[in-house]
Design a protein around this ligand. Structure first.
Ligand SMILES: Cc1cc2nc3c(=O)[nH]c(=O)nc-3n(C[C@H](O)[C@H](O)[C@H](O)COP(=O)(O)OP(=O)(O)OC[C@H]3O[C@@H](n4cnc5c(N)ncnc54)[C@H](O)[C@@H]3O)c2cc1C
Length: 450
């Protein structure tokens, strides 16, 4: 085997970091070769936050050069592509043809392989579920070196273990995905400025069926009478005819992204309680109750506008903590979590609450309930605070999201995913008895041996 470059890698949170042997294979045979030598972790664009795409004991195979479109059925909107194709590629290629990704995460810098392995969800999970609902089939290089086609009817056990399986069942090589028909590039958005969590949960229920997309921003610093203030954003794809005249031409033009950059890591001290408080207050002040039309890029990917925005967390990085709690006691659980975060005082730069629908894959994160994601700079005391959040989440039979995680221990993971990880492991062992696919995350939470 040729000597591979040793590179210090991290996820998007820049915590933790690990030196890994990194390869950018051009074809499947290269990956087959690695499987004879070492453990392998598939990687896309490294937009998972923690150590899901790290492998300090082996090889990381990045899919970025395996990124060709293979076919497109224009009448049905079914695309077949290699795993390294990104959401940006999909948008650039298909939006003007009237097709849109049916489920999209909050960044378009995600590969199809990474999206399937995390079974990503978007603002429409309460209605459409996660990406696996739209994956008709995929091919995967399994530990035996065979390429297996997986769908709901073919190797279905491997299909359901791979969606949400965090790259531990094999290297997805290509996938066939159903896109969604759209008539314009714009989202008809309704913004509601709300005063507390009670109002927010009422509105979630009131508009549950009327809007395909819903997401709320929460102020995680405000206390006293301002505690729990939030902004709810609701949206539907707009038809071309309903667009205001000024957007009609733009809707038929190719979208060209403009970016600003955070060119270097900002010193730790700039992201302190004061700046986070001011940032949260500024968001709340800026928004109004309005109905307007937003381009899809602004609506779905506001953070992509700022290149390397994770630099604001300094070289120490950030922990992204995303939890999901069951619907019945969702409000009570979210309230407890929020109170804990407000009391911690550090606040979260960005906190987002969404309503979730049914679960798909065996280890898929979403299930019917409410999900809250928050990010905290890595600093003294933050891990202990997150462990306290874990305890509340467990109390309510909830769980945290593996693709965002960097701190979960084996015991807590196994409690959160009880009944599921055992079922998943049986399938893992059937297809990969020697744990050729492994990762730092897999070993940390006990899905792979150390
Ligand atoms: C700003 C931002 C917003 C986000 N918003 C959301 C959101 O709204 N909803 C959501 O669900 N997620 C969200 N995410 C998380 C992101 O969508 C997932 O982490 C996604 O998996 C990243 O894709 P990637 O290509 O970068 O994969 P990586 O981060 O490189 O890898 C992620 C996982 O996929 C596996 N993997 C990658 N490629 C393959 C392959 N070819 N075969 C098998 N396994 C593979 C890896 O082993 C790893 O376990 C967000 C991330 C960021 C940075």
């Amino acid at each position: 085997m040729k000597k591979l470059a040793e590179v210090e890698l991290s996820g998007f949170g820049k915590f933790p970091k690990a030196v890994c042997q990194v390869s950018r294979p051009l074809n499947i045979d290269e990956i087959r070769g690695y499987l004879n030598e070492s453990s392998v972790t598939p990687r896309g664009l490294g937009r998972s936050y923690g150590d899901a795409a790290l492998n300090e004991k082996g090889i990381v195979t990045e899919s970025v050069l395996m990124n060709r479109f293979l076919s497109f059925d224009e009448s049905r909107g079914i695309v077949k592509c290699e795993a390294g194709v990104t959401y940006k590629d999909l948008l650039d290629t298909f939006v003007l043809k009237g097709w849109f990704p049916p489920v999209t995460p909050g960044t378009k810098y995600v590969t199809i392989g990474g999206a399937i392995a995390s079974d990503v969800h978007g603002k429409n999970h309460h209605i459409d579920g996660s990406i696996s609902n739209f994956v008709k089939s995929f091919k995967i290089l399994s530990a035996s070196g065979e390429i297996l086609k997986c769908s709901r009817t073919q190797n279905s056990d491997l299909f359901w273990a791979t969606v949400g399986g965090m790259g531990l069942t094999g290297f997805i090589t290509e996938a066939e995905i159903q896109l969604k028909k759209v008539d314009s590039q714009y989202i008809n958005n309704k913004t509601l400025k709300l005063h507390n969590i009670d109002e927010l949960f009422e509105k979630f229920e009131e508009f549950n069926e009327d809007y395909l997309y819903s997401v709320a921003w929460l102020d995680t610093v405000a206390s006293g009478s301002k505690y729990g203030r939030n902004i709810l954003y609701l949206g539907n794809h707009s038809s071309y005819n309903k667009l205001p005249e000024k957007f009609k031409n733009k809707s038929r033009e190719r979208f060209i992204e403009k970016k600003i950059a955070v060119p270097f890591e900002i010193p730790f001290a700039t992201l302190n309680k004061l700046s986070v408080t001011m940032f949260n207050a500024a968001i709340y002040m800026k928004e109004k109750n309005v109905e307007d039309y937003l381009h899809y890029d602004k609506y779905f990917y506001p953070l992509d506008f700022i290149l390397n925005w994770n630099h604001i967390y300094s070289k120490n990085g950030l922990i992204q903590y995303q939890l999901n709690v069951p619907e019945e006691e969702g409000k009570e659980a979210i309230d407890k979590i929020l109170k804990k975060v407000v009391a911690y005082g550090g606040g979260s730069f960005l906190a987002v609450l969404k309503k979730m629908g049914d679960q798909n894959g065996i280890l898929s994160f979403p299930f019917k309930g409410y999900t809250l994601s928050m990010d905290f700079p890595v600093r003294k005391g933050v891990i202990q605070m997150c462990k306290q959040l874990d305890a509340i989440v467990l109390d309510y039979d909830g769980r945290t999201y593996l693709t965002k995680d960097s701190i979960l221990d084996e015991t807590t993971f196994k409690k959160m995913y009880d009944g599921l990880w055992q079922k998943w492991l049986e399938i893992k062992i059937k297809y990969d008895p020697y744990y050729k696919f492994s990762s730092n995350l897999g070993r940390r939470i006990g899905l792979c041996p150390s």
